[in-house]
Design a protein around this ligand. Structure first.
Ligand code: SAH
Length: 501
């Protein structure tokens, strides 16, 4: 215990503050199991964690987690096994930045809160609070876009500043560290689980050996949100320190809650009476995929849409909310389609689409058939007018419900294509995703997910208002009770009412 008496040097400290501003703000103390009037210490294998509250009143309560890392213990290898043993003699930044150490400290100090327990006030656990997490120094070995890509889909407002290598010599350029502030209305458990997983992901260098245990931790702490995270593949790889077999297993197990799960696996999950354990599920996934090479739901969706377009005899298609261009890349192979446009609000998605389509390398005659446009779906846009067909595949659920009416007018009144294909999740089917907590939507960015009745009533209403006929089709294997995983509406403009596009 000598370590505890050693006076910590300032630069060996890592800091996280967490502020609640929802009165009574001191509820934070119940949620974290730490009384606001106490200062507590927790010995860790690599140093010591202190927890205290610099402010705690009705309106505002801030808890501070300060971790003193003992670099001497670290380089002597006294701390937990570090890969080959040592951490790179003295030449390392481990103690100086919020990183996987902070994540380990979080897991130890706030274990109860992370597991979503609060014996005194269980009703608080699921209550989203306006929280601000501030990390003055975080290792972020990635471009700044990655920080945004990690936290934005989880609903945070992000403030970030890249720190200079040396504050006295700004000319030396930037360090791998950022000052990061995340604000969002989330539960304490959720915020802690995001930090627990994503700090090491940002850091990209863990200080201890990565094995099956780490995979289990990733899946446990990511259970509520990782499957739907657009960066889940990079998160898994970096969290598991680029151990590909573990990352693959993590992704296979996550797929079970995601809609890209191979169909036969979903079926197995749905029809198996006894609950399969996680590892059984993983092996089901692998075996089924290998034996049947089944179609993923995403592939099924694409094929269904291709078939509808071919049957409708259209020649020009605009793909609204085209995302990373999976459908477009298939449409481009269809020679009967003379003009294709993909539109999306996300520049990043469009960049990935351009890569996937290899736009730069297409022969001129193919290149001139396709165009990617940056734009929104709730504002009139002349560039999407005049097409035979429009597709909006898994897009409407990303629009705020109060913007849907604007989208309807933009699409059915202004763009007015002859055929409109809309797909969206069938929320009733979610009971078949064993890892998806009851009531949770499939993706953190989904604003809603509809039952079949809700989707059909929306479709009927839109068709009636704008002069279209509509029919509804299932996509994916239909569960006798809850229906298909994806539902599709095919709108066809009434000839009499259609007028000119
Ligand atoms: N159609 C694609 C992507 C679905 S994800 C596929 O099936 O794979 C939803 C997409 O809608 C995302 O790429 C998102 O950026 C886009 N999106 C969400 N809101 C939008 C808006 N208001 N305007 C344009 N695109 C939007």
């Amino acid at each position: 215990m000598k370590r505890r008496q050693r006076k910590p040097k300032k630069e060996n400290q890592m800091l996280l503050t967490l502020t609640n501003t929802q009165p009574p703000a001191t509820d934070l103390g119940f949620l974290l199991y730490k009384h606001p009037q106490n200062v507590r210490q927790y010995p860790l294998s690599f140093g010591i964690a202190h927890v205290f509250y610099p402010e705690a009143d009705e309106a505002r309560c801030t808890v501070c987690l300060l971790v003193d890392v003992d670099p001497i213990d670290l380089v002597r290898g006294k701390a937990t096994a570090i890969g080959g043993g040592l951490l790179g003699q003295y030449v390392n930044d481990r103690p100086y930045a919020a990183s996987s150490f902070l994540s380990v400290a979080l897991g130890r100090v706030f274990a109860t809160a992370l597991s979503g327990r609060c014996a005194d006030h269980p009703e608080l656990v699921s209550r989203p609070l306006p929280l601000v997490a501030h990390l003055p120094v975080v290792a972020a070995r990635a471009d700044e876009g990655f920080v945004t890509a990690l936290f934005e889909p989880l609903g945070y407002h992000i403030e970030m500043q890249r720190l200079p290598l040396d504050a006295h010599f700004p000319d030396w350029g930037h360090s791998p560290y950022v000052a990061l502030t995340l604000s969002g209305t989330v539960t304490v458990k959720t915020l802690l689980s995001h930090l627990y997983v994503l700090l090491p992901v940002l850091d990209n260098a863990k200080h201890y050996w990565v094995g099956q245990d780490e995979l289990e931790k990733l899946l446990r702490h990511g259970a509520d949100w990782l499957a739907g995270h657009p960066e889940k593949a990079r998160i898994a790889r970096r969290y598991l320190r680029h151990k590909w077999s573990l990352a693959r297993e993590a992704l296979a197990r996550l797929e079970v809650v995601e809609d890209e799960v191979p169909e036969s696996v979903t079926e197995t999950a749905a029809t198996t009476e006894t609950a399969a354990t996680d590892s059984e599920m993983a092996s089901i996934t692998v075996e089924e995929a290998a034996v049947e090479a089944p179609l993923s739901l995403n592939e099924t969706r694409i094929r269904t849409v291709l078939a509808e377009l071919a049957a409708a005899g259209v020649q020009t298609v605009v793909d609204l909310g085209c995302g990373d261009g999976k459908l477009l890349s298939r449409l481009l192979k269809e020679k009967y389609l003379t003009r294709l446009v993909g539109l999306d609000v996300s520049v990043r998605a469009l960049e990935i689409a351009a890569d996937r389509l290899q736009l730069e390398r297409l022969p001129p005659r193919v290149r001139e058939r396709i165009q990617l446009l940056h734009g929104g779906l709730t504002y009139r846009d002349a560039r999407i007018e005049g097409f035979d067909a429009a597709t909006a595949i898994e897009v409407i659920e990303h629009l705020d419900e109060n913007r849907l009416a604007a989208f309807e007018r933009v699409l059915f009144q202004c763009a007015r294509p002859g055929v409109v294909i809309v797909t969206t999740p069938n929320v009733e089917y979610n009971v078949n995703y064993p890892f998806l907590p009851t009531g949770q939507l499939r993706h953190p960015d989904h604003r809603f997910e509809w039952t079949r009745a809700e989707f059909e009533s929306w479709g009927q209403r839109v068709a009636a208002i704008f002069g279209y006929a509509v029919r509804f089709e299932p996509v994916g294997t239909v569960d006798p009770t809850v229906g298909p995983p994806t539902q599709m509406a095919v709108f066809t403009r009434d000839v009499e009412q259609g007028g000119e596009a």
